[in-house]
Design a protein around this ligand. Sequence first.
Ligand SMILES: NC(=O)c1ccc[n+]([C@@H]2O[C@H](COP(=O)([O-])OP(=O)(O)OC[C@H]3O[C@@H](n4cnc5c(N)ncnc54)[C@H](OP(=O)(O)O)[C@@H]3O)[C@@H](O)[C@H]2O)c1
Length: 340
Amino acid sequence: MSRYLLPASVLGTAVGGAVLLKDYVAGGTCPSKATIPGKTVIVTGANTGIGKQTALELARRGGNVILACRDMEKCEAAARDIRGETLNHRVSARHLDLASLKSVREFAAKVIEEEERVDILINNAAVMRCPYWTTEDGFEMQLGVNYLGHFLLTNLLLDKLKASVPGRVVNLSSLAHVAGHVDLEDLNWQRRKYDTKAAYCQSKLALVLFTKELSRRLRGSGVTVNALHPGVARTELGRHTGMHRSTFSSFTLGPIFWLLVKSPQLAAQPSTYLAVAEELEGVSGKYFDGFKEKAPAPEAEDEELAQRLWAESARLVGLDMSHGSPVRGQSLSRSPLEQV
Ligand SMILES: NC(=O)c1ccc[n+]([C@@H]2O[C@H](COP(=O)([O-])OP(=O)(O)OC[C@H]3O[C@@H](n4cnc5c(N)ncnc54)[C@H](OP(=O)(O)O)[C@@H]3O)[C@@H](O)[C@H]2O)c1
């Protein structure tokens, strides 16, 4: 009997350690209990994954939540689920395709016209490591959806956010931004050999640079903007990586994944925290890893790069750089990439 004692205690310690490590990695639930009755929140890419869970958390806290998604069937279904689960009936679905500047403009125009206020904008949607695809306007897909679409959307909604102060913008970046490099000469991968991983990292670094520059521009306005890494979560984000489809990786990496990967519900806690926490009132231009503020990659702190990226992004999406509003009369019928 005693010969089983040692292996059993080693196994017990290993299982206990694994559970503790999993809890530590998961990071826990949002430490703020703040509620947001009467506040209007927009969550992009809210039909699944972290976005859906964030929308649910914010609906539970009493917000008027708008799910902004490209697939209206999935969007309506998610809105129904959230209304059913939270009994908050102020949860609605609206069409937004971030791979189309026209769609972004139409979405923003409707929100401005139909919503009394916008208090919180959560730029959550993303595509990761897809093949070389381009958006309707000719941008590399990951840059176009993850960054440029959100850049335009945020700028178009700024006046509405400023009119509803205190307002908050939350940008879902990723730890992957540390491996990123923003190449202003070739943002859209037209001269370099396409590297789908590097393109994702570039888009997530661009979001941190955008956060920093927008925060400087919003100083004194009552609207804050922060970026975050939600942790690694079990969502549909890896749909283009092939890992989900491989039996080999499911078997070999499955246990490691179980240990290190969060549920979407837990991964939505940092976005919820940045959106509602009273102690973050006035905190802006920061990068959070989970609930903790951290220094981002050195390239993300480069102010000159952030300003140059802003100018180039404004040119690409057709924003008037001096006012941050759309250039009147500018046609985007030609690809913005072709415009001088
Ligand atoms: N999961 C992680 O481990 C992890 C780690 C670090 C950072 N993040 C970040 O967290 C955020 C949420 O990711 P997730 O893991 O929840 O991913 P997900 O499950 O793949 O969800 C992504 C969402 O973005 C939407 N989307 C994609 N292209 C769009 C477009 N053109 N227009 C509008 N919406 C579009 C998707 O809509 P469809 O369903 O229609 O495709 C979906 O609703 C992302 O910004 C991601 O980079 C995630």
